[in-house]
Design a protein around this ligand. Structure first.
Ligand SMILES: [Mn+2]
Length: 331
């Protein structure tokens, strides 16, 4: 680990000790409730006596894995999030901006952000801290902290939660790097984890009939086009945007754009191949620029990013395509 990361972990540990002495420490997940955010929150809560993982939502994988491990998690109500009265501080994991939490943070409470997205929409005060590392998953940052400061918390269930976040955020290690592979191997160490059967638990296919219907309808609307020098496929679906994005990449898109419009809110979700990101595409930057132009909230990684806001779906898609067209191919 480099010295900057070690200094970050020391600052994080000091912050946690200080705020947990003052009151409860909710650890808030990003609104998407994916395995990385939920796994990070629950694993970190294991090291903080009055810490509790909470969030608005858990996706199917996160719910299944956490329930299988009997891991403690508290659901919050979007309109009336009931946080403990005596708060020491709030930790937000795997959220690139406060909007990605989907709820208002209480005023005047110290905030800690732990995240691996390359864009940041946080405006922090003194007393707050932000730990942002260029890792493949937020669970890698939590793992580094637990290894240094609370190794007893690295029980088998906690290792599984960390590993599950890393497996899902790297697309089963397809988008891993050396550090991610090393961390994955170290998460397995010591615990009695049977890797292959654990991956099966994560991969159980639990699409419902209505998910399949939504995907089939989305497939019938797929458009194949060229945006500048990029091969783009795009469509809109009512659910399962993530799955549809993967399908479009398998079908040969360099960039996949999937949109959804519901209750007056448009959501764009984009995926790019590794080759496209190496040749200059950074979807997180495109989505951030969309948020500047259209309002709403956007950001993410080079190969996977999203935007949401009140703009009409077609206008939002056009803005994305326009922005992608302007990206110069560097290879
Ligand atoms: Mn993540």
């Amino acid at each position: 680990m480099n010295s900057e990361h070690l200094a970050d972990l020391a600052a994080l540990d000091a912050w946690i000790k200080k705020v947990s002495a003052a009151g409860a420490v909710p650890i808030l997940c990003g609104e998407n409730g994916d395995m990385d955010t939920v796994g990070s929150a629950i694993a970190l809560a294991a090291a903080i006596p009055n810490g509790m993982a909470c969030g608005l939502h858990r996706d199917k994988v996160a719910k299944r894995v956490a329930e299988n491990l009997d891991a403690p998690f508290r659901y919050l109500d979007r309109k009336r999030p009931t946080l403990p009265r005596k708060l020491g501080g709030v930790i937000c994991v795997d959220a690139a901006s406060p909007e990605q939490l989907g709820l208002e943070l209480p005023n005047g409470i110290p905030i800690c952000v732990i995240d691996h997205h390359s864009t940041s929409g946080w405006n922090l005060d003194s007393g707050d801290i932000e730990i942002r590392w260029a890792m493949r998953a937020t669970t890698q940052i939590i793992f580094a902290y637990l290894q240094e400061y609370c190794p007893v918390a690295l029980t088998e269930p906690v290792r599984k939660l960390l590993l599950a976040g890393l497996i899902t955020d790297t697309g089963r290690f397809r988008h891993a790097d050396g550090q991610a592979l090393l961390d994955g191997a170290q998460m397995l160490e010591g615990g009695e984890i049977d890797y292959a059967s654990f991956v099966e638990l994560i991969e159980v296919d639990d699409l419902t009939d209505s998910d399949r219907g939504a995907l089939a309808a989305g497939l019938s609307r797929v458009k194949n086009s060229t945006a500048g020098s990029w091969q783009l496929m795009h469509t809109n679906v009512s659910t399962s945007e993530g799955r549809m994005g993967k399908v479009l990449l398998v079908a040969g898109a360099e960039v996949a754009l999937v949109s959804r419009h519901r209750d007056g809110i448009t959501r764009l979700s984009a995926r790019a191949t590794r080759n496209a990101t190496l040749s200059g595409v950074h979807l997180g930057e495109i989505m951030s620029s969309l948020a500047e132009k259209l309002g709403g909230d956007g950001g993410g990684h080079d190969g996977a990013a999203g935007w949401s806001g009140e703009t009409d779906r077609i206008a939002a898609e056009s803005a994305f395509i326009h922005s992608l067209s302007g990206v110069v191919r560097t290879d």
